[in-house]
Ligand binder design. Sequence first.
Ligand code: HEM
Length: 187
Amino acid sequence: MPRLNLLFLGIGLLPAGWWVIGLLSGQLGANPVETLTRQSGDWALRFLLLSLACTPLRVWGHWHTPMRLRRQWGLFAYFYAWVHLTIILVLEHELDMLALWRDVLDRPYITFGMLAFALLTPLAITSTKGWQRRLGRGWRRLHRWVYPTAIIAVVHFLLLVKADLREPLIYGALLSLLLLARLPKRT
Ligand code: HEM
């Protein structure tokens, strides 16, 4: 693995490492499940936006290095989304799939969260060079699903906050910029 990817593998795993230390030392606050749920959701969204920032940085900033990290950041988004879902399923619902399914049906923010996770799954699976080759042109078409997925993830965040909308709106604004930056350059 190239050195840059190795470095970012270490950096990307820092939040997860911090949670393990926090759990073992009891430093995750009064409600560790809530802390873990929120922080894993935050990191999933951050990495998703980071992976979407690579192309605009190349096109507008002529900065090519992040392109080498795009796949890795996308996979970190999936990893943290998976941790997020696992925490909810194991620690909140105690593996009661029916309770989770009821939540998906009853709470719109969970519906959106689940939809984002479901859409991210085939993207993570097919992110390898082998799948890229096998799917040919279809690969690009499939991976364009990352845009609606990111929008759905931000809607998930917007729907779950009760009063202070500032944080999800900041993510929404960043995502809008990243999507606008993909519009073709006028020459
Ligand atoms: C790509 C998938 C997902 C992303 C990017 C994502 C992102 C987020 C974000 C950013 C938050 C807010 C964290 C904060 O308050 O700072 C959050 C909270 C939450 N998410 Fe997700 N999420 C995803 C999938 C899911 C799924 C599949 C579920 C449930 C099955 C889910 C359930 C929740 C819950 C219960 C909360 C905490 C709500 C509370 O504070 O009471 N999320 N998520």
